[in-house]
Design a protein around this ligand. Structure first.
Ligand code: CO
Length: 219
């Protein structure tokens, strides 16, 4: 019986060889430095792999993933990755990437009990409750779920923009822009949710305008 680890190691060797066949010096250059322009904050979902979706090579995107792509102000893990990305790597674009059909967002919307993770997903329920009136007015559960997946991304862009890390970066004039995107599992296409943030001015009005656009497009 083939051992599963053997399978993975064999896959890895094939991949490494295919990269070397394309570019003989790839790993020599990769080992010398890390200089990504992009920082991706996305869902842990196995279908939402940052490099693959963006068509980027190892070394081109710095990544943090958790269930339902949530940015929480007390999450030392996410904040540490953010601080390193902004202060040390000096990434130029930070992408919060949600995806339609997110299991975490679905559980949050319907109060599904899954265990410890319910406490993490409470943050997504806060997003749901913040927009409860407009979500309920939509009626159709599938459209409510799509909208909550999108609203959750905008909320996390807002949370990011309020961290001391982003505020300090902008205060010293660093060129770094936040973006909210959502990924469609059915066609592999990323959509911009039109909330670029590169300063802490007029944050709330930008957020509210982006939310209004979402609900306007779903009428
Ligand atoms: Co997900």
């Amino acid at each position: 019986m083939t051992n599963h680890l053997d399978f993975l190691l064999e896959q890895n060797r094939l991949w490494s060889q295919s990269v070397k066949d394309r570019d003989h010096d790839f790993f020599r250059h990769l080992a010398m430095q890390q200089n990504p322009k992009y920082f991706w904050i996305g869902c842990a979902d196995s279908r939402v792999s940052a490099n693959e979706i963006l068509g980027l090579q190892p070394g081109e995107v710095f990544v943090h993933r958790n269930v339902a792509n949530v940015v929480v102000h007390s999450d030392l893990n996410c904040l540490s990755v953010l601080q390193y990305a902004v202060d040390v790597l000096r990434v130029q674009h930070i992408l919060v990437v949600g995806h339609y059909g997110c299991g975490g967002v679905t559980a949050a919307l319907y109060n599904t009990r899954l265990g410890l993770i319910d406490n993490w997903l409470r943050h997504v329920q806060d997003v749901r409750d913040k927009h409860r009136v407009r979500l309920m007015a939509m009626g159709c559960p599938d459209r409510q779920l799509d909208r909550l997946c999108e609203l959750n991304v905008l909320e996390q862009v807002l949370n990011l923009s309020e961290t001391t890390i982003m505020r300090d970066a902008w205060a010293r004039g660093q060129d770094v822009t936040l973006h909210g995107l959502i990924y469609g599992l059915h066609d592999g296409i990323l959509h911009d949710l039109n909330m670029p943030v590169s300063t802490d001015n007029e944050l709330l009005s930008r957020y509210e305008a982006a939310v209004d656009r979402l609900f306007a497009s779903s009428k």
